[in-house]
Design a protein around this ligand. Structure first.
Ligand code: FAD
Length: 416
């Protein structure tokens, strides 16, 4: 079988759906191929407000609103007995959406892909890319295998690779390079949150400091279930024996407030693990293709930045693909990679500062300065391209400066 399209999108996760909707709306022929049958499980349930403008521009926001997902208004950090640092998006420094959702991704991704199809984009599920040949003139032939085993060759003027952890083009073209970040592991499950009413409001992600460089996510959903996940080094988890169920139970029992809330909470599915997810492609674009979403680079889950980067990169990439198809000439490095990299680099510094304890010191400082707090809140909301925010312009310097202020104030208070 052979067929033709202007743009072939690989993957129907958020990156693929957003990219295909935007290119379709510009009047080009788009086709999406997706390996799995939807709904399918994927991790990444806490969104950031920066996604919302992209979903709106791609005409996908309405379909998601109808799903009544749990609204998310901020991020709450908890340590010790229950010391709390609450970051509320309403107080963010950068103008823009101040809320978002917490979503079971199977439902969220299915809603996006269904809406994209409703708008007129064909999405072939259970269709796996197995090979790609790109010609010098940037047109390409992609070989896909359908569920029934038949193969098809799809000719395209351009490819958007949004295959997430599948990393189709980086793997086929050997573009993967090791991440500089320490390898980590997560053990997680969805639970029936039967004790939720006695604890926090569900409208935030809760991030619990569990041990040095070990943390827990608590992401409540609108249907009364909650995602609970532990993240740490491989060495940390090696102390937990037994199957994943036993390990998950022992991890929950490790903190009294977790045990009280989740100790008797029935599991929605058996605990799962993921490990060593940080990855980088040594280029984000090439002759006839662009990479978007997780295929480009995935850092770490601590600040829930994955879907936000998927949205922003697909938005940026699809606008450039449209210009390309219209015959415009521009510099992909400058217009795409450099812009995207700016946001990635801001989060990279925040991730490093989380694991080495600098951010814990800032988050839990008493009486935080409202301006600095609003600037940090903007980063936590995903506004990592606003250069008027010093925590974006030079995150390492801004974090260092704030820690110095906190130390000086603490010293003054001790002396007085
Ligand atoms: C432990 C952990 C926790 C996380 N928590 C969060 C969080 O709270 N918030 C957040 O925003 N992000 C989080 N993330 C990151 C998040 O999972 C990803 O960033 C996000 O899913 C990226 O979306 P995407 O559209 O790029 O890729 P995906 O959602 O992975 O979609 C890619 C699609 O491509 C398809 N595909 C793959 N290979 C092929 C092929 N050969 N042919 C056809 N189709 C193919 C796949 O089936 C898949 O459906 C977390 C990640 C980890 C590891």
């Amino acid at each position: 079988m052979q067929s033709k399209t202007d743009v072939l999108v690989i993957g129907a996760g958020p990156a693929g759906s957003i990219a295909s909707a935007l290119v379709h709306q510009a009047g080009f022929k788009v086709r999406v191929v997706e390996r799995e049958k939807f709904p399918r499980f994927v991790i990444g349930e806490s969104l950031l407000p920066r996604c919302m403008a992209v979903l709106e521009e791609a005409n996908l926001l309405g379909a998601i609103k109808q799903k009544n997902f749990q609204e998310k208004f901020g991020a709450k950090f908890v340590r010790g007995d229950y010391e709390v640092a609450d970051y509320n998006f309403a107080e963010q420094f950068t103008a823009g959406w101040k809320w978002t959702w917490q979503v079971p991704r199977a439902d969220f991704d299915t809603a996006l892909a269904t809406e994209v199809q409703r708008q007129g984009v064909p999405v072939n599920f259970e269709t796996t890319v197995t090979g790609i040949a790109i010609h010098e003139d940037e047109t390409s032939v992609t070989t896909v295998q359908h569920k029934d085993g038949s193969t098809e060759e799809i000719e395209a003027r351009f490819i958007i690779d949004a295959s997430g952890y599948g990393k189709v083009i980086p793997r086929l073209f050997k573009l993967e390079k090791p991440s500089a970040l320490d390898p980590r592991k997560a053990i997680f499950a969805h639970v029936k949150d039967i004790n939720r009413a006695e604890f926090d409001e569900p409208n935030r992600i809760i991030i619990v400091v569990y041990a040095p460089a070990v943390w827990v996510w608590i992401i409540p959903f609108a249907n009364g279930t909650t995602s609970v996940g532990f993240v740490g080094s491989h060495e940390f988890f090696s102390a937990y024996l037994g199957d994943l169920n036993e390990q998950f139970k022992a991890l929950i029992a490790g903190l009294p407030h977790l045990q009280k809330r989740f100790g008797d909470a029935p599991l929605v599915f058996e605990p799962r693990k993921l490990e060593s997810w940080s990855s980088v492609s040594n280029t984000f674009f090439g002759n006839g293709y662009v990479l978007t979403g997780n295929v480009t680079e995935f850092l770490d889950p601590i600040f829930s930045s994955g879907v936000m980067f998927a949205a922003v990169s697909s938005h940026l990439a699809s606008k450039l693909v449209i210009r390309k198809l219209k015959g415009e000439v521009f510099d992909w490095q400058q217009q795409y990679t450099d812009k995207l990299q700016k946001g990635v680099d801001t989060f990279r510094e925040f991730v490093a500062a989380w694991y080495d304890g600098r951010l814990e010191k800032i988050f839990f400082a008493k009486n935080p300065d409202p301006l600095f707090k609003s600037q940090i809140t903007s980063v936590l909301a995903g506004y990592v391209w606003d250069e008027t925010n010093p925590f974006v312009a030079d995150p390492a310097k801004a974090i260092k400066g704030l820690i110095k202020r906190i130390d000086a104030r603490d010293k003054f208070l001790q002396q007085s």
